[in-house]
Design a protein around this ligand. Sequence first.
Ligand SMILES: *Cc1c(COP(=O)(O)O)cnc(C)c1O
Length: 390
Amino acid sequence: MSALANNYNRRKISFKNGKGSFLYSTSGKKYLDFVQGIAVNSLGHANPHLIKAIIKQSKKLWHVSNAFIIPEGEKLAQRLTKKTFADYVIFQNSGAEATEAAIKVARRYFYTIGKPKKNRILCVKNSFHGRTLATIYASGSKKMTEGFGPKVDGFDHFEFGNHEALKKSITNKTAAIMVETVMGEGGIKVIPDWCLKGLRKICDKKKILLILDEVQCGIGRSGNFFAFESSKIKPDIVPIAKGIGGGFPLGAVLMNKRVASGMTAGTHGSTFGGNPLAMSVGNAVLDQIFEKGFLNNVKKLSKYFHIELNKLKKEFPKVIKEIRGVGLLIGLQLHYDQTKFIQKLIDNNLLTIRAGENVIRILPPLNVKKQEIDLAIKIIKKVCLNCNSK
Ligand SMILES: *Cc1c(COP(=O)(O)O)cnc(C)c1O
């Protein structure tokens, strides 16, 4: 009997160790892990560079309060701002904390410029921004909010892709539009570049802020450091988490100088956020992702993966409906039952994870090898053949 509450439907598999793209189960099986902790282990399991960094730091200093200057955090913030739109960073421990901090930064900015009533956040219906009280109401999803009332006020919603509804939903109380650049949990739905440009234009025209949630799609997963970069726009606030810690709990909110002006001493804080251990791991993750050619390789390999998956879609039109996503954030939308398909993949030693709209999420580590993609394709093909024969 488990003493863990039942808030997860857990699969009856446990792992004793991992290496790169592979996981080894306690029952002696080897799995190709294309879940990677849901886009968290961006550099695979047991990455030697990350191990070295965490051992080195853990022998020196784990934690000190943010009441003191933490050089490892100064360094990580410098590197994040130097490479991106951002001027300032606040470190947190998770994605939900990062998106919630993003909401706070937006509201505080309008408060600071004398418009405290401009405090509502406009989000996509059935999006995903985390599981805190505020972020579940940001998602506008009945499934996530049911039973957790009273409702946290301050969020409005529009349907993904409905530009007219979006424009109509903006009022003089709207402070910001917050969207996932690529909807992850919702089914790997990419906001195309022309829409991102349109979003930026609307925000400029209405003098509101643009928050792009890159918790899942950021940190190299798209083939660019941020998924929005291909559109050439600059958001105002970007929450990140998942991939930046490579498996260590780490989140952050990035912002430009203008909105950062509201975040004066005492306005926000975190006991754990930005501690030396987390910061050292974050820096080690960036060492590899910022390495010359790393992101180009993600682009190259993901292009190959998408081409091969589209071939399978052509070969099995009754099983695969659509290949979605960008870079190594890939969705297979199925005609076939999602749960059964995932189980069949597991039976063939490939781990994937569900997303909305009957989509199977495929999230290899960013340093995946071509042979590992070939192995995944081979397994997916075998499962498609099996589905076809029924
Ligand atoms: C996972 C996720 C979050 C929440 O992150 P947690 O670390 O689980 O709190 C927020 N936004 C997006 C887009 C995510 O994918």
